[in-house]
Design a protein around this ligand. Sequence first.
Ligand code: IPM
Ligand code: MN
Length: 353
Amino acid sequence: MFKLVTIPGDGIGTEVVASALQVIDALKEKHDLEIEIEEHLFGGASYDVHGEMLTEETLEACKNCDAVLLGAVGGPKWENLPHEKKPEAALLKIRKELGLFANFRPAKVYDALVNASSLKPDILSGTDFMVIRELTGGIYFGQPRGYDDNRGWNTMVYEKYEVERIARLAFETAMKREKRLVSIDKANVLECSQFWRNIVHDVHKDYLEVELTDMYVDNAAMQVVRDPKQFDVIVTKNLFGDILSDISGMITGSLGMLPSASIGSRHALYEPIHGSAPDIAGRNKANPIATIASVAMMFEHSFSMQHIAGDIYTAIEKTLESGMRTADIANPGDSVASTTEITDAITANLEVS
Ligand code: IPM
Ligand code: MN
C-alpha cells in the first residue's frame, strides 16, 4: 500500500495533475495496485482559502506519505505579494522542509520529436542525459540576503556535507548509467565553486570507475546546445542547475515534456519542470506529458516498480509516434490535440502495453 499526496496548485497544474491521476487510475486497475491518494491545497489555491501558500496541514501531509505529486504554482493574481509570501517562496519552503536536496531532471529526446526542437535533428538525435541539481542549498538559501534602496545582496554558500551527499548521489547515478560525470561550477571566479570542486574530487576517490570532468557553467551552457550527446550525468549547484535544466529542456522540444524528481533521505516529490502557464490555463491546451513522465519517475524511485515506469514511457512514445501533438510540440500544419485527448490516448496505449 502506497500513500500519494497530490498538490495540483494553480493554473495548468490542476489540469496536468488530473491527467496524471487518470494514468495512475488505469495503472491501479491493470496491476491491481493499492495506492491511496489524498489531495491538498498549495500555492495561490491555498492562499485564496487560508491566506498562506503552504499551510502546516499540507506540509504535514507531504511529510506523511510515500510520494508527493505537484502540478505548478503561481499566477498573475499573486505576483505582487511581498517576496516571502510569493508562491516561489512556498516552493522553496516545501523543498527545504522535506529535505529534498537532489533534483533529477532528465533530458531525453523522443525520436518522434526530433523536429519539434529549435535545434537541428542530427545534433539532438540520441541525446539522453541526466541533470542532477542540488536543491536545498547555495544562493537560493544562503544568508544574509535582502535589499534596501541602495543595495541588493545574496550569499552563495555550501557546507561540506551538502556537496558530499549530492556528489555521492551523482556518482551512484553515473555508476548505473555510462559512468561519465560532469561537475559544473564557476571555480575560476567563485571560491564557493572551488570548494565544490575540491569536495567532488574527494568523493571521486570512492568511485574511480567513473570518469569525472569539471566544466565551467558558461562553457556548459554552450556545450549543451552545441553537442548534447557528450553528456551522461551532470551534477551542479542550485542556481546553475536551474538555468541549465531550462536550456536542456529545449532538447526535448518543449518544457512541457520534462519531468523531475526531487529526492531526500526520507521524502520525495515529483513535478513537471514547467510553471502554471496562466496564458493557457483552463483551456484544455496544456501538455500533460511532463507530469505523466513524473509519475513514471515516481514508480521508479519511490515505489521501485521499474516495469511500470517503463510501461508509462512506452505509452508516451507510442502516442507521440502516432503523430498526436499538443500545441507546444506541434509543427505548422499538425492537427493539435487537447490535454484530455492526449491523456486518453496515453491511457489507452498503457492498457495494451
Ligand atoms: C524551478 C523553478 C523554481 C526554481 C522557481 C519557481 C522557484 O524555476 O523549479 O526550476 O527556481 O527552482
Ligand atoms: Mn527553473
